[in-house]
Design a protein around this ligand. Structure first.
Ligand code: 26V
Length: 764
C-alpha cells in the first residue's frame, strides 16, 4: 500500500481536506483507520492447536506506533507525516491510552500478544472491555485521589464483531458482546485478536470519583478493573466479572472449535487455554460444564479440560492468591457449584492431604482455592522467573510439587523490545543497527554483539549522548504534562516506577531520600545532583500504600522549599503513571530501582525494560534480578540486601513464634537507621502533611515492617551511594550501560513465548 496516497484518500473522504490541512486529531483518526484496514485484511495464522490467553488485564498502551511497526509501515508513515509538517509523536499524543490493566501482569499479557503474533502463532487474548479502567490518579494536597479513566472514543481500536453469547448468572442471563482489537504480527503477514467482552448497556461513569453502586448489574460488569474489594459487594462483583469473562470466553472457544468442524471431544487436540493468575480460573469448571452439556461424560469432560488448561502463577503473596466463599459462586453461577464439588471430590480421592483440597473449611464456611483448581485440573503450572519457580516448588506450592513434579516449569518473563526499545528509544535502536546490524530486531540475542564495542570510545560516547538526549526529552515532557515541574537533566536520574506495594519498598527508597536530605542539611553535599523519580498507583483501599504516596509527595514539597537542598536533591512523582509515561522515562533512566524484599517480586518486567535501555540496576537478588545479575556480571549491577532463603527463614521463624524471626525494632534502634525513620514524625515533615498518616507509617515501620525495609536499608544506602559515585566515571559508566543493553536479548518476550510454545502450548 502507498501510505501517503491512502492517507490522502482517507483525509479527503473523512474531512474533505489534504492531510497537511488536517489537525493532529484528524490525522490520528486517519492513521487509525488506515492501520485498522491493513490489520483486518491480514489472515489469522493456522495451526493444529490454537491458544486462548485468558487474563483479567491487558495493559496494551497506545497502539498506533506499535501497529505501524508491526505492519511494516512505520518509516513510511513517519515520512508522510513529516511532509505535512507533523511528527508521529504529536499525533500519538492525541491517542487515549486504553486502561485495561494495572501492572506487570497486564503488561506481560500485552507483550505476550505482541510476541505470539510476531512468531506467527495462532493465539488470541480473552478479557474484558473495562470502560473506566483501573482509575485515573490525581494528586491533591499531597494525597492520591481516584477518578474514572474513560478511554473509548467513537473512533477506537475496538472492532465490533456482532458476536454475542449469553452468560447464565444466578440472577438471570446477561448478553456478552464481543469486541476485538487486531494484533498484527511484526515480520509476519498475520494478525491475531484480543477478544474483549462487554455488556450490552454499559453504565455511565460516576460523576465524581470511582464510587458506584456495585449491585447495579449487569451495567457495571465492565465499568472498572479491580473494583474496591474491601466490602462484600466489591468482592462479589469481582466474581461476577470473572465469570462473565470466562463463560463468554469458553463459549467462544467451543464456537470456533465447532466452526473448524471439530467435536467437543477433541478440545485438547485443538485448543490450549493459558490461565493468567487465578482471575480466570473458573474457566475450568465452566468448560467442564459446557462439554458435559454437549454430551461428554464427566470423565471425558474432565480429561479434555485437564489436557487443555495451563496456569501461570505471578505471586506468592497470600493476599493475591484468590479464595472465594462457595456461597459467592452459588450466587453468581450456581451451575458451577456441583462441578466444583465434583472436581474437589476427584482431587480428594486421588490426594487425601487436606492441604491440597480445592474446597476447604474456614470459619465454618466452604472456601474455593482457585489456584488449587488450576493445579489439579491443569496440565502445566509455571512461575515467571527462575527464583520464583524454585520458591513455588520448594515452599509455597511444595505440597503440589510433591504430587505433580512434571507439571511444574519455569518461564522467565520477557518484554517486547519492539515497544520497549525500537519505538520508545529510536536513537539507541539506530545505534544498535549500526553496531550489530538491524537483524537484532528479529533476533534480539544478536544484541550480545554489542560487546565488541566495549572499548570503543565513539560508541561509548554515543551511548552517553543518547541517554542525555532522552533525559532532556523526558524533562521537557515532564514540564509540559506535569504542571511545569522541571527535572534537572544533568542530575542522575534514579527511577522507581511500578505498582505501589509495601513489598516493592518505595518506603525504603523514601528513607534514602531522607538520608540524603539529612546529610545535605548537615553540610555534606553529594558528589552530584540526584533526581529521584517515582511513578505508582496505590490500590484505592490499600491505606498503607496511600500513606507511602503521601510521604513521597511531602518529601517533594520539603525539598522544593529548601534552597540548601534543592540544588542537590530532587524528588518527582509522576501523576497517573501509565504505559505512556513508562515509554518516556525508561529510556531516560540512569539507575533502575528494583528493591523488593527478596522472594516477594515474582519476576519484575520493568527491570528488563530499563536494562535494555542502558540503565544500571540497583536491586535485591529477587525475581528476574537474579538472572539479570548472572547475565551482566557483578560489575554491571548493584545488588544488596538479604537473600530470599534468609527472608523465607525469617518468616518461618515468625510463623512458629511471633517473638522470633524479624523484629523491626532491632533495626530501628541502629544509629544509622533511627534518624531516618524518626524523620517521618519530625515537625519538618508533619507540618507539611497529614500527621496521622505519617505517624501510621512510622508506627508500622517501628513495630511491624512486614516487608522488612529496615532490614536492608543500611545496605541499600551504601549500594546506592556507591552507584551514584561510580556514575561520575563516565567512561566506566558507559561500559556498564553497554553491557546491560548487550545482555538484554534474553529478556525478549519472543524468547519467552517460544518457550511457552515449545513446552506448554505446542501449537504446531
Ligand atoms: C494486584 C492488585 C492490586 C490492586 C488491587 C487488586 C489487585 C489484584 C491482583 C493483583 C495481582 C497483581 C499481580 C501482578 O501484577 N503480578 C506481577 O506479575 C508480573 C508478571 O509476571 C511479575 O513480573 C511481577 O513480579 C508480579 O508482581
Amino acid at each position: 500500500m502507498d501510505v501517503k496516497q491512502r492517507m490522502q484518500e482517507l483525509a479527503q473522504a473523512r474531512y474533505g481536506r489534504e492531510p497537511a490541512q488536517c489537525g493532529d486529531g484528524e490525522l490520528y483518526r486517519v492513521l487509525l483507520q488506515l492501520t485498522q484496514e491493513l490489520a483486518q485484511a491480514r489472515p489469522a495464522p493456522q495451526g493444529e492447536r490454537k491458544l486462548y490467553y485468558f487474563s483479567a488485564e491487558f495493559l496494551i498502551g497506545k497502539l498506533l506506533s506499535n501497529n505501524l511497526l508491526a505492519l511494516g509501515i512505520y518509516d513510511e508513515a513517519k515520512q508522510a507525516l513529516a511532509q505535512c509538517g507533523k511528527s508521529l509523536a504529536a499525533i500519538e499524543d492525541v491517542e487515549p491510552e486504553p486502561s485495561l490493566g494495572n501492572g506487570g501482569l497486564g503488561r506481560l499479557a500485552a507483550c505476550f500478544l505482541d510476541s505470539i503474533a510476531a512468531l506467527g502463532l495462532p493465539g488470541d487474548g480473552v478479557g474484558l472491555n473495562y470502560h473506566y479502567g483501573l482509575f485515573k490518579q490525581e494528586f491533591h494536597m499531597s494525597h492520591q485521589f481516584e477518578q474514572p479513566n474513560p478511554w473509548i472514543e467513537d473512533d477506537s481500536w475496538l472492532i465490533p464483531t456482532g458476536t454475542e453469547f449469553e452468560v447464565p448468572f444466578g440472577f438471570g442471563p446477561v448478553k456478552a458482546r464481543l469486541f476485538d482489537i487486531a494484533v498484527p504480527g511484526a515480520n509476519t503477514g498475520i494478525a491475531n485478536r484480543l477478544h474483549l467482552f462487554d455488556v450490552e448497556h454499559p453504565a455511565p461513569a460516576p460523576r465524581e470519583g470511582i464510587d458506584f453502586d456495585k449491585t447495579d448489574l449487569p451495567a457495571h460488569l465492565t465499568s472498572f478493573l479491580y473494583p474496591d474489594d474491601s466490602d462484600e459487594a466489591g468482592r462479589l462483583l469481582r466474581v461476577y466479572q470473572q465469570y462473565f469473562m470466562v463463560s463468554a470466553g469458553a463459549q467462544l472457544i467451543l464456537k470456533e472449535l465447532d466452526e473448524r468442524g471439530c467435536g467437543p471431544e477433541t478440545l485438547s487436540d485443538h485448543v490450549a487455554v493459558q490461565i493468567n493468575d487465578t482471575h480466570p480460573s473458573m474457566v475450568i469448571p465452566e468448560l467442564v460444564r459446557l462439554l458435559a452439556a454437549r454430551g461428554l461424560t464427566m470423565d471425558q469432560a474432565v480429561e479434555q479440560v485437564s489436557k487443555t488448561c495451563a496456569y501461570t502463577n505471578h505471586t506468592i503473596l497470600a493476599e493475591a492468591l484468590e479464595k472465594w466463599p462457595l456461597t459467592f459462586i452459588e450466587k453468581v453461577a450456581p451451575q458451577l457449584v456441583p462441578i466444583i464439588r465434583e472436581l474437589d471430590a476427584r482431587a480428594r480421592a486421588a490426594h487425601p492431604d487436606p492441604k491440597v483440597a480445592i474446597l476447604q473449611g474456614e470459619e465454618g464456611k466452604e472456601i474455593v482455592h482457585m489456584a488449587h483448581l488450576d493445579i489439579h485440573f491443569g496440565y502445566s503450572v509455571n512461575g515467571v522467573a527462575a527464583l520464583h519457580t524454585e520458591i513455588l516448588k520448594g515452599s509455597e506450592l511444595r505440597h503440589f510439587y510433591d504430587i505433580y513434579p512434571a507439571k511444574f516449569n519455569n518461564k522467565t518473563n520477557g518484554v517486547t523490545l519492539r515497544r520497549w526499545l525500537e519505538v520508545c528509544n529510536p536513537q539507541l535502536a539506530a545505534l544498535l543497527d549500526q553496531c550489530v546490524g538491524p537483524e537484532w530486531r528479529a533476533d534480539p540475542t544478536r544484541l550480545s554483539r554489542l560487546m565488541d564495542y566495549y572499548n570503543d570510545s565513539p560508541v561509548l560516547e554515543k551511548l552517553l549522548d543518547i541517554k542525555a538526549a532522552n533525559k532532556r526529552a523526558a524533562s521537557d515532557l515532564f514540564a509540559r504534562d506535569q504542571y511545569g515541574i522541571r527535572l534537572d537533566p544533568d542530575a542522575v536520574f534514579d527511577i522507581q516506577v511500578k505498582r505501589l506495594h509495601e513489598y516493592k519498598r518505595q518506603q525504603m527508597n523514601a528513607l534514602y531520600v531522607i538520608h540524603k536530605y539529612l546529610e545535605i542539611k548537615a553540610g555534606k553535599t553529594p558528589q552530584r545532583p540526584v533526581t529521584v523519580i517515582f511513578g505508582a498507583k496505590a490500590a484505592p483501599a490499600y491505606v498503607m500504600a496511600k500513606h507511602i504516596i503521601h510521604l513521597i509527595l511531602c518529601l517533594r514539597r520539603l525539598i522544593e522549599n529548601d534552597p540548601q537542598v534543592r540544588p542537590w536533591l530532587h524528588v518527582a512523582m509522576v501523576e497517573n503513571y501509565n504505559v505512556t509515561w513508562a515509554e518516556r522515562l525508561i529510556p531516560a533512566c540512569d539507575i533502575s530501582e528494583q528493591i523488593s524484599l527478596a522472594s516477594k517480586e515474582a519476576s519484575g518486567t520493568g527491570n528488563m525494560k530499563f536494562m535494555a535501555n542502558g540503565a544500571v540496576t540497583l536491586g535485591t537478588l529477587d525475581g528476574a534480578n537474579v538472572e539479570i545479575a548472572e547475565l551482566v556480571g557483578p560489575d554491571n549491577i548493584y545488588t544488596f540486601g538479604a537473600g530470599s532463603n534468609y527472608v523465607i527463614e525469617l518468616y518461618d521463624q515468625k510463623m512458629k513464634d511471633g517473638a522470633k524471626g524479624y523484629q523491626s525494632r532491632v533495626y530501628y534502634e541502629r544509629p544509622a537507621v533511627k534518624p531516618l525513620v524518626d524523620f517521618l514524625i519530625s515537625p519538618a515533615l508533619t507540618s507539611l502533611g497529614d500527621e496521622a498518616a505519617l505517624k501510621a507509617l512510622w508506627t508500622d515501620l517501628t513495630t511491624k515492617d512486614w516487608f522488612m525495609a529496615l532490614l536492608d536499608v543500611e545496605a541499600y544506602t551504601a549500594a546506592r551511594d556507591r552507584a551514584i559515585a561510580d556514575y561520575g566515571d563516565r567512561a566506566a559508566w558507559a561500559r556498564k550501560m553497554l553491557v546491560n543493553t548487550a545482555r538484554s536479548g534474553y529478556f525478549s518476550s519472543d524468547r519467552t513465548i517460544a518457550e511457552y510454545n515449545r513446552d506448554i502450548w505446542r501449537l504446531g
